[in-house]
Ligand binder design. Structure first.
Ligand SMILES: [Zn+2]
Length: 419
């Protein structure tokens, strides 16, 4: 029960994009645990002891399917691949002995140890990644799992009374490993505190502009970093495929994590993205004021357009990408460091031409240019011919050219003649 609770927590965290598990790793872990169930069964474990790893296997498959649906398929770690192939070989060997000789009990303890080694080896990538970036995992499900394994260890000991010592390996080692992941994700209390602090400084709330929005929990001063943009990079996508995508450059977007996937547009925004993907306050933001950016300053997809009803006094009404929105302005918008960068590049007229092709502004709807027809183009041919008669200079030049050619051919003839 505890184990299932841990997995439900894990799945919820994944859906909330706070953690990023991987489909292939989950599948491999499920396979390894299922193999362990088989091996423990072979070693004479009772059903209460088997219940936990069985739940574990089922829930891992569930997480893997969830990952597949959400497209979280990252390449598999080498250690995991080796552990997985070892698992497969163990399965083949076990079935070979079980059906070939019919007598598995003799080897079962050895198999169980080997199965434990492979399944727990598959744990090392998680340990390593959690050591490197504790933010990848949340401590809560791991703490729940650790307590589940401690309970299992006690149950196993009570049920088995020390007859099969190999059965104790799995719960004890698992409790240790899960506990260490939990500790590592808790490591550096500062990180946890910073997260809690950050959770207070920004929250998701009802927006005056559109549905939900990103609301400041406290006052931010001008230039103060509000949040750091993180998320899954997306390349060469159509903007429509992810309405929350934030553009980083031509054909590069980021599918932002919470809470930035809720940030709304405002034509007079109070925040903008600065260096190192920092969302920075452009003016003092009061507590419980909505944090907004100008979508036109981050979107480079020339085909992108969005209707705006933000209520700003100078609301643009219709939003277009960077290239269109400000191309006809003399100065870059103050609200966009990215646009100021584009402007600087454009002034330099260097590499920017390829990086940010400046398209002409969308046709000004209010004042179309008056159509003027040049008179000369429509004059009859003879009038045109009279105005542009051959000049005497041209005929002189032509005669000079002809005499030069003749001289050259005479010279050539003489050269061949004397040879
Ligand atoms: Zn607007």
């Amino acid at each position: 029960m505890l184990q299932a609770l841990g997995y439900i927590l894990y799945a919820r965290l994944f859906l909330k994009k706070l953690i990023r598990p991987n489909a292939a790793s989950s599948f491999m872990f499920a396979y390894g645990t299922a193999l362990l169930v088989l091996l423990e069964y072979g070693d004479g474990a009772s059903w209460p002891v088997l219940a936990l790893p069985a739940t574990c296997a089922f829930m891992s498959i569930f997480i893997a399917l969830l990952c597949l649906r959400k497209g979280a398929t990252e390449p598999v770690d080498k250690v995991e691949a080796i552990a997985f192939s070892a698992d497969v070989w163990l399965t083949i060997l076990w079935f070979g002995i079980a059906f070939g000789y019919g007598e598995i009990a003799l080897y079962s303890a050895g198999f169980l140890l080997a199965g434990n080694v492979t399944t727990l080896t598959a744990f090392f990538p998680v340990l390593r990644s959690t050591w490197k970036t504790p933010e990848r995992e949340q401590p809560l499900p791991w703490l729940v799992w650790t307590s589940a394994y401690i309970v299992l260890a006690v149950v196993t000991f009570l049920a088995d009374r020390g007859q099969h010592p190999a059965l104790m390996v799995y719960p004890v080692l698992s409790a240790l490993l899960h506990g260490s992941v939990a500790l590592m994700s808790l490591r550096g209390k500062a990180r946890v505190l910073r997260w809690v602090d950050a959770a207070r400084s920004i929250y998701i709330g009802r927006s005056e502009i559109h549905g939900k929005g990103m609301i400041a929990g406290r006052r931010f001063e001008t230039g103060e970093p509000v949040w750091t943009l993180t998320g899954r990079p997306v390349f060469g996508a159509v903007t429509e495929s992810g309405p929350n995508y934030i553009g980083l450059g031509p054909d590069v977007w980021i599918d932002p994590d919470l809470p930035l996937d809720h940030i709304n547009h405002h034509c007079a925004p109070n925040a903008a993205f600065g260096p190192r993907r920092q969302l920075v306050a452009l003016r003092p933001i009061e507590a419980h004021e909505e944090v907004t950016i100008d979508y036109s300053t981050t979107e480079c997809d020339a085909a992108w357009a969005m209707r705006c009803d933000c209520g700003a006094s100078d609301c643009r009404g219709m939003l277009y990408s960077i290239q269109h929105s400000f191309a006809h302005h003399e100065e870059p918008p103050a609200a966009s460091p990215l646009m100021q960068l584009v402007w600087r590049h454009r002034r330099a007229a260097a590499a920017a031409a390829s990086a940010f092709p400046q398209l002409p502004a969308p046709a000004p709807a209010e004042r179309p240019a008056p159509i003027t027809v040049s008179r000369e183009r429509y004059e009859p041919a003879h009038v045109y011919a009279r105005n542009h008669r051959l000049s005497p200079g041209a005929s002189v030049r032509r005669r000079l050219l002809r005499s030069r050619r003749a001289a050259a051919s005479r010279l050539a003839f003489r050269a061949t003649g004397s040879a």
